[in-house]
Write a protein that binds this ligand. Sequence first.
Ligand SMILES: C[S@@+](CC[C@H](N)C(=O)[O-])C[C@H]1O[C@@H](n2cnc3c(N)ncnc32)[C@H](O)[C@@H]1O
Length: 279
Amino acid sequence: MTPKGKITDQDYSFIRDLIYKETRINLGDSKRELVSARLGKRLRANNLGSYTEYCKMLQSRPNSGELYHLIDAISTNHTFFFREINHFNFLNSAILPSFSNGSFGSSRDLKIWSCACSTGEEPYSLAIALEEYFDKQQSSNWSIQCSDISNRVLDFASKGIYDSERLKNVKPEWLKRYFQKGEKQMDGYFRVRPELSKKIKFQRLNLFAPSFPWHEKFHVIFCRNVMIYFDRETQQELVGRLAQHLLPGGFLLIGHAESLAGIKHPYQSIKPAIYQLPG
Ligand SMILES: C[S@@+](CC[C@H](N)C(=O)[O-])C[C@H]1O[C@@H](n2cnc3c(N)ncnc32)[C@H](O)[C@@H]1O
């Protein structure tokens, strides 16, 4: 069934406000085309003929699980392996050496949080970088906590299976070392090796949940390419919250298209898109 007619002003406002309330993603008034295109699939899945019926369903059955599908449909999950390579260079040249030199104290367990991990390319790239670095230093260990609001991307990420197109930024030697090549019907696909994936945990988490479930603070937080979807007030709130989960001297890495300029925050600016909490 194809959706009847265009999304009305009233329906668009309802979806925009609901998304803002639940995720703080700021659709504004300009994303009408995008919203109607992405919701077409949800209308078909629910056998509904119009956006108005879909909005009514969300209102009358708020606990039906459709909200999760709505968030999955609206969130933008674009990502790729070794995205924004400067961050990986900085990790290798500055963060990991300072961890190894004891700048964070005597702990030998490096903890990283990828807080909008999407389909997993970011944390698996990080895992490769960490494994390559710490391979030479048997005395250290690492773990990566990953989270995202979208169940769909988390399902994908936790499988750790990628096709060769998605892996084009991964060096052939790393592909061999860190992935298992698929056979038969999995030809052309590669699965992250368990030695790597066992150190990576995925969990659904809204960055605006009343609290975060972490018992320990992180050395580094990757919060990349998610703040662009939030308004300034929300960005300020988020980076303030993240600071409470970083160790003194810990690093916050944001997307290169994002900036903390003009908002109140407790970090020192180190390089574009790299911030550090005072030690
Ligand atoms: C464009 S992806 C960024 C992926 C990766 N960090 C990168 O830079 O390549 C943005 C991710 O943010 C997630 N997201 C959006 N709003 C969120 C929220 N309120 N809480 C947690 N994750 C959210 C989306 O589901 C999406 O997977």
